[in-house]
Design a protein around this ligand. Structure first.
Ligand code: HEM
Length: 455
């Protein structure tokens, strides 16, 4: 007989948390809310969001339990309803066999040797961007770093995985992506609560942005069908995929996978690059350390993936930036069967909300957590034995980010290319805030002035 059968009531300890619906507080200041709850109540906090019972989870052992040890009990669920609108029904929103089939098709494109082969696309796009920033520097104009980096990230994603340069579509894809990042989240707003058939301005805008994503990515598929893309890409793999009956995937399923990879992949990486450049601009000693390391290791030549293991300081700077600003800062799951997390009862049908942001900013896990200090990741300075899930910017377990190695390569190579060639200074008078939607975005767009490093 198990302990549970002997004394089921004894296990039903309810996690601490505030009373009443927290939806308003969450909508008003999600970041302040999750970090505040972690400080006040600990790593497993029970809250109500409207009619839903949700456990906010930031304790590393509890995160491991959900993402790894008992992952089958935690599925996509009620909070993913709006994701399908933009991402389609793809790898991010499915579970079980449906998810496995999708992930298997794309997985080979994320294996290290393939990424290494495609990595020159990163420095090509980065060099194009720095060329533009140097030209702006010569004119004395500031640059919109967010806009430039998002365009770069689209370029890299398209070249590495689709065999197509998406940068010419940036002007229409950027607003569509931004809209999607907000619209996929369930909120208490009237525009979202009205039935989908009610025609409002919000709905019309939403339809237009979805149509843009569909059109641009469907055109990429068409180019493959017409034989205009010669290389083997994620698109050709999706077109060649067969279901269990030997039939090709419906076009909609192919498109859903591409939208998923595009939306999950480029904007998160773009945000991480912008946050890193922002942090470097605020810490001159970090910038000087990077400039010195890059000069020693590269001596002025363009960085490659092979150089990355020798660039320790760069790696620590990027790791610290992903700690402070994890681009996917929180994500929910629904609970299949009753469970106990950190000693607390978590009922079937309720939800959990994992927050890497709350974990990675926890005072009980990190010394002076709000400070940007890359030395934390230096083996000589590591402050104690941190548990595995004290740091998980890319999630964990079977659902760990498929693009984590690609993203790390890209952020490191882009930051190296920029720091090597230009010094970026934040335009004064525009404080940077955090916009916590599906991704964690700096707002407003980050403006900076570039200065050539050699000048
Ligand atoms: C710094 C950049 C990135 C960050 C911080 C990030 C973070 C994450 C996290 C935390 C998850 C897990 C979410 C969950 O468990 O619910 C995830 C999943 C995912 N990411 Fe990333 N990601 C990044 C870049 C990328 C890139 C470059 C791609 C593809 C090109 C990508 C594609 C995906 C996909 C498809 C999933 C869903 C995987 C699955 O459920 O099997 N991500 N990402």
């Amino acid at each position: 007989m198990t302990v549970h059968e002997e004394n089921p009531v004894a296990e039903q300890v309810i996690a601490p948390g505030p009373s009443g619906s927290q939806l308003r507080r969450f909508d008003r200041d999600a970041i302040g809310f999750v970090t505040g709850l972690e400080q006040e109540y600990g790593g497993v906090v029970r809250i109500s969001l409207g009619p839903f019972v949700v456990h906010l989870v930031s304790d590393p052992a509890a995160v491991k339990h959900i993402l790894q040890d008992n992952a089958k009990n935690y599925v996509r669920g009620k909070f993913y309803g709006n994701f399908d609108l933009f991402f389609g029904r793809g790898m991010l929103t499915t579970d079980g066999a449906e998810w496995r089939e999708r992930r298997q098709v794309s997985q080979p494109f994320f294996h290290k040797p393939r990424l290494v082969e495609k990595s020159p696309a990163i420095t090509e796009c980065a060099s194009d961007l720095v060329d533009q920033w140097e030209a702006a520097a010569d004119r004395g104009d500031p640059v919109d770093v967010t806009d430039g980096v998002m365009t770069l990230a689209m370029g890299v994603f398209g070249k590495m995985f689709l065999g197509v340069d998406l940068r010419p579509h940036s002007a229409e894809l950027q607003p569509a992506t931004l809209f999607a990042m907000q619209a996929v989240l369930r909120s208490g707003s009237v525009s979202q609560l009205l039935p989908r058939w009610v025609p409002t301005r919000y709905r019309r805008t939403s339809t237009a942005h979805r149509a843009t994503l569909d059109r641009v990515l469907d055109d990429v598929v068409e180019r493959h069908v017409r034989g205009e893309v010669q290389e083997h890409t994620v698109v050709s793999a999706l077109l060649a995929a067969r279901d269990e009956h030997g039939a090709p995937w419906p076009r909609e399923a192919v498109l859903a996978e591409l939208k998923t990879l595009f939306l999950a992949g480029h904007e998160t990486t773009g945000c991480s690059i912008v946050w890193t450049l922002h942090a470097i601009s605020q810490h001159p000693e970090v910038r000087r350390g990077l400039e010195a390391e890059l000069a020693t290791v590269l001596g002025g030549r363009t960085p490659t993936v092979e150089d990355l293991p020798a660039l320790d300081h760069l790696r620590h700077v990027v790791a610290e930036s992903l700690r402070l600003y994890p681009a996917v800062w929180s994500y929910p799951r629904d609970v299949v069967a009753d469970d106990t997390i950190g000693g607390y009862h978590v009922p079937a049908g309720s939800s959990v909300l994992l927050s890497s942001y709350a974990t990675q900013h926890s005072r009980s896990l990190w010394e002076n957590p709000e400070a940007f200090d890359p030395r934390r990741f230096c083996p000589a300075h590591q402050d104690g034995d941190r548990p595995k899930y004290a740091y998980y910017p890319f999630g964990g377990g079977a659902r760990k980010c498929i693009g984590f190695e690609a993203a790390l390569m890209e952020v490191q190579l882009v930051v190296a290319t920029v720091v090597q060639r230009v010094r970026m200074d934040l335009t004064p008078g525009r404080p940077t805030g955090i916009w916590p939607k599906a991704s964690l975005r700096p707002v407003p767009n980050v403006l900076m002035t570039a200065t050539r490093v050699s000048s």
